[in-house]
Design a protein. Structure first.
Length: 142
């Protein structure tokens, strides 16, 4: 099933992420797709707030640290950035399989680089710039 929405500002993207959190049930892998600056981390800010795992202003891109952990009362979120990961061997060193516990959601940016991360149980979210501040967000539940 696929749904689509357009947000008109970063604040609307955060708000959409907040509402989307209600539809995400752990354990789950969410693949976040989109070009640099498309709004992937901005969406994660809202998802983290929706799970009461972090305030939007405390969520930052894990581009250099690769993984950020946000613990909420019911769910732990792992925000993962694979932009700098190029091989399966590098991916294995991250231990992502060990992170997917019953109360965890993995929010993975650039996950499409690794076909093994795609599964019928995952959710894929594609963000696309359609204007200076507008973003088209497509959510696909497999």
């Amino acid at each position: 099933m696929t749904s689509q929405t357009i947000t008109h500002s970063a604040e609307e993207t955060v708000a959409f992420g907040r509402s989307l959190a209600a539809d995400l049930t752990p354990p789950l892998i969410v693949l976040l797709r989109g070009d640099l600056g498309a709004g992937k981390t901005t969406l994660v800010k809202g998802i983290a707030e929706g799970f009461e795992a972090a305030r939007a202003e405390d969520v930052t891109s894990p581009t250099f640290t690769l993984i950020h952990e946000y613990r909420g009362p019911r769910t732990t979120l792992y925000h993962i950035d694979l932009y700098r990961i190029d091989t399966e061997r590098e991916l294995e060193t991250l231990g992502l399989d060990d992170l997917l516990a019953p109360n965890c959601i993995l929010l993975i940016e650039w996950g499409e680089k690794f076909p093994r991360l795609r599964s019928d149980q995952n959710v894929e979210i594609t963000l696309e710039r359609v204007g200076e501040t507008e973003r088209r967000i497509q959510v696909t539940n497999r």
